[in-house]
Ligand binder design. Structure first.
Ligand SMILES: O=P(O)(O)OC[C@H]1O[C@H](O)[C@H](O)[C@@H](O)[C@@H]1O
Length: 300
C-alpha cells in the first residue's frame, strides 16, 4: 500500500479529507466541507490554500514556488519554529528554523458537528532537526477548516530545563494590489525596522510603498488587512503571540529571491503572527505554549 493510501485509510474522511500525491510527488491533503476548503503539503505542514465557500481565496501562493524536498514553499503559511528569522547565536542554522522544510505526520482528523473539519500534524524529528535543536520538544499544528481558518501551533517542552521559543505562522495573504492595502490594528506599537534599521513607533495604518520588513512588538489579539481592490477586510485574530511581522519584499528583493514571480509582490502581503525578537517565550520544563490564529474576511 502506498503512503498516500495508508494515510487515507487512517486519517482520510470521505468527502472531507483526502491525501494525494501532489507536485514533485509530495504528499498533500485536501480538506473540504460545505463551509470552506484548504490544501496542505505534509512537508512543513505547509498550508498552501484556503477559501471560504462563496468567497475569494484568502491565501497567496507563488506561481513559481518550488516544490522540492527540503525547500520551503514560497507563499501559503510556512511554520517558523523553534526560532523566527536568523538563529540568535548560530548563523549557520537555517532562517526560521527547520520545521518548514521537514515532514510532518498527521496524528488526528475529525469532522465537527457544526460542519467544520479538523486535522492535526506533528513534526517528525530527524538527525538534522536534532542537530539544529537538541532540546527535547514536541510540536503539533492543529488546523480547522470552516468558513474561517483556524491554526494552532502547539509546542511542549519535554526536557527538564526551560527552553526559549520563537515561532511564527508566516502567512502570505492574497491582496488585489498591495500598494492600496493597509494593515490596521498596529497603531501605536513599537516596531523593529529590518530595512531602515532602528526602533520606531507606528502611527496610523501600515501602508506599503517600498520594501517593508518590520517586527511589531507587544501587539494585541487582532489586526486586519483592508483591501479596497478586492473589496474586503481580512481579519486576523490571535492568541499566544506578542509580535506581528509585516513583510513585503518589493521589487529588488523579489528579483533576488527567484521564486516569487516578477509581479508576485503586488499580490501578497505577509502579516505574521509570531513570538519574535525580544518577544520570545520562556517555556518551562513540561509546559505547553499555543500560538493560535483565526483568519476570516468580510466585505468592505
Ligand atoms: O525567504 P524566507 O526565509 O522565507 O523569509 C522571508 C521573510 O520572512 C520574514 O518576513 C522576515 O521578516 C523577512 O526578513 C524574510 O525575508
Amino acid at each position: 500500500m502506498s503512503i498516500v493510501d495508508e494515510l487515507n485509510k487512517t486519517f482520510g474522511m470521505t468527502d472531507q479529507i483526502t491525501f494525494l500525491s501532489g507536485p514533485a510527488g509530495m504528499a498533500v491533503v485536501e480538506i473540504e466541507n460545505s463551509l470552506g476548503c484548504a490544501s496542505m503539503a505534509l512537508q512543513g505542514a505547509h498550508l498552501v490554500g484556503f477559501q471560504a465557500m462563496g468567497e475569494q481565496p484568502l491565501i497567496w501562493m507563488s506561481d513559481e514556488a518550488v516544490f522540492a524536498p527540503g525547500k520551503s514553499l514560497r507563499g501559503g503559511v510556512p511554520v517558523c519554529w523553534p526560532w523566527f528569522g536568523p538563529h540568535a547565536t548560530d548563523s549557520s542554522l537555517p532562517g526560521h528554523g527547520p520545521a518548514r522544510t521537514v515532514e510532518w505526520k498527521p496524528v488526528a482528523s475529525s469532522s465537527l458537528e457544526d460542519g467544520r473539519t479538523s486535522i492535526s500534524f506533528e513534526m517528525v524529528e530527524t538527525d538534522a532537526t536534532r542537530r539544529q535543536c537538541a532540546h527535547p520538544l514536541r510540536v503539533q499544528l492543529h488546523v480547522t477548516v470552516g468558513s474561517t481558518l483556524q491554526m494552532t501551533l502547539e509546542t511542549t517542552n519535554l526536557g527538564a530545563t526551560p527552553f526559549t521559543l520563537g515561532d511564527a505562522l508566516h502567512t502570505y495573504f492574497l491582496v488585489g494590489d498591495v500598494r492600496q492595502a493597509q494593515v490596521e490594528g498596529l497603531d501605536g506599537c513599537d516596531y523593529l525596522d529590518k530595512v531602515a534599521g532602528g526602533k520606531h513607533t507606528q502611527q496610523g495604518a501600515v501602508t506599503i510603498a517600498s520594501e517593508v520588513d518590520r517586527i511589531y512588538l507587544g501587539t494585541g489579539h487582532s489586526c486586519a488587512i483592508v483591501d479596497p481592490v478586492m473589496g474586503r477586510r481580512i481579519l486576523i485574530r490571535s492568541e499566544g503571540s506578542a509580535s506581528t511581522i509585516v513583510w513585503n519584499p518589493w521589487i529588488e528583493k523579489t528579483l533576488r529571491m527567484g521564486d516569487l514571480g516578477p509581479d508576485g509582490y503586488l499580490k501578497m502581503l505577509c502579516v505574521e503572527t509570531a513570538n519574535a525578537a525580544d518577544d520570545v517565550v520562556e517555556l518551562a520544563a513540561g509546559a505547553t505554549h499555543r500560538l493560535a490564529v483565526e483568519y476570516s474576511s468580510e466585505a468592505l
